[in-house]
Design a binder for this molecule. Structure first.
Ligand SMILES: *Cc1c(COP(=O)(O)O)cnc(C)c1O
Length: 362
């Protein structure tokens, strides 16, 4: 039997919806280059297929987190520029980055020298980006260290800074701080251009920053979540009813018997659990969609199975499709709804869908 016939749980990715979200950002940030962020397997959506889509649409650059991610995309035939946001460690691994035409983020002299020496050996210029920490408090050189580092970069002949970037910490909640980050970044990129005559693209805005102000668009923008959520929904997570049982009133469901039926009930078991990324905090709180209706999770989510009260449904049967995240008919379970129950953000809900679950492009 073919896999698509016996597979019980899968994720459908709507490529057209993704393309439409990307086009919307492109129109909105007209004049800036778009660097789609495909880190963490494109937020759990499947980086290889979506990178192909981005490449086919004519975009010239994407961003990933690690070298592993970059190499996976190269091996899958992605030939556009790939920026790695995570500094490469150990420095010798920069050889591998160059072999794979991956553009590193460089933040220290040792890496800069090593990178410059590779480029010199190859008798060509090699591009890298520099990250400035203007207030995110994560990676990146401090603003004052960046001024010194620019002087060092200026002395190297072969390693070329083709991009300088920073990242907003509170673009959704603090206009003043965001503006301060922006101004510091703007000043330092001006200095690099005026004092050292450097040619590079500067970029600071991710999804929220892009929407907040056009002045944040600069030469390029780095949208992530807005490609997957907020516009057209891209991802639908599906499974099928595995088993149905009728139980009397007063019957306990799942570990800990945290749910006791108040009336004779029909309970469906679905083959999905916390090992798949269906969060255990959804126990007795989450909803799924079956036959276009919202049905409650009853009892605790277990490692591989979850029980659903389907007493309200007529004619539900084993094999019926269940939507865990996404739309079915007029109903929707959004990543935001699940994230609220789990006291987190939709990013984490998407990323936590187990990589074992097949992503199917539709
Ligand atoms: C994740 C990330 C982005 C994308 O952020 P979204 O909020 O998903 O748009 C952009 N830049 C950097 C440096 C990131 O780490």
């Amino acid at each position: 039997m073919k896999e698509q016939n016996y597979i019980q749980t899968w994720v459908e990715i709507d490529k057209k919806a993704f393309a439409s979200n990307l086009k919307k950002i492109k129109t909105f940030a007209k004049g800036a280059e778009i660097i789609p962020v495909l880190k963490a397997d494109a937020y759990g959506h499947g980086a290889v297929e979506l990178a192909k889509e981005v490449q086919n649409m004519g975009f010239i650059r994407i961003a990933v987190f690690s070298m592993q991610e970059g190499i996976e995309l190269r091996n899958a035939g992605i030939h556009i520029a790939i920026l790695m946001l995570n500094p490469v460690e150990p420095v010798e691994a920069l050889n591998t980055a160059v072999e794979n035409f991956l553009v590193p983020t460089i933040l220290d002299i040792k890496s800069l020298d090593f990178f410059d020496s590779i480029a010199k050996k190859q008798k060509r210029l090699l591009p890298f980006h520099l990250e400035v920490d203007t207030g995110m408090g994560r990676t990146g050189l401090s603003v004052s260290d960046t001024y010194d580092f620019l002087g060092e970069i200026n002395k190297r002949k072969y390693a070329k800074m083709t991009g300088m970037y920073s990242h907003f910490a509170v673009s959704d909640t603090d206009k003043k701080f965001t503006q301060k980050q922006f101004e510091q970044f703007h000043a330092i990129s001006r200095c690099a251009r005026l004092k050292y005559d450097m040619r590079f693209i500067s970029h600071i805005a991710s999804s929220v920053g892009i929407l907040k102000s056009k002045k944040y668009h600069l030469d390029a923008v780095r949208p992530g979540i807005s490609l997957y959520e907020g516009g057209q929904p891209v991802l639908t997570w599906k499974t099928k009813i595995a088993y149905i049982k009728k139980v009397p009133s007063g019957f306990g469901i799942s570990y800990g018997r945290t749910f006791i039926t108040k009336k004779p009930s029909v309970i469906a078991a679905i083959p999905i659990g916390y090992c798949d990324g269906y969060n255990r905090l959804l126990s007795n709180k989450g909803f799924v969609l079956i036959k276009g209706k919202r049905c409650p999770v009853t009892g605790r989510v277990t490692m591989n199975m979850t029980m659903i009260d389907i007493s309200a449904l007529k004619n539900a049967a084993v094999g019926d499709e269940v939507v865990l995240l996404g739309r079915q008919g007029k109903q929707e379970v959004s990543a935001k709804e699940i994230a609220d129950i789990c006291k987190t953000i939709s990013y984490e809900i998407f990323c936590n869908i187990s990589p074992r679950i097949k992503r199917i492009m539709v």
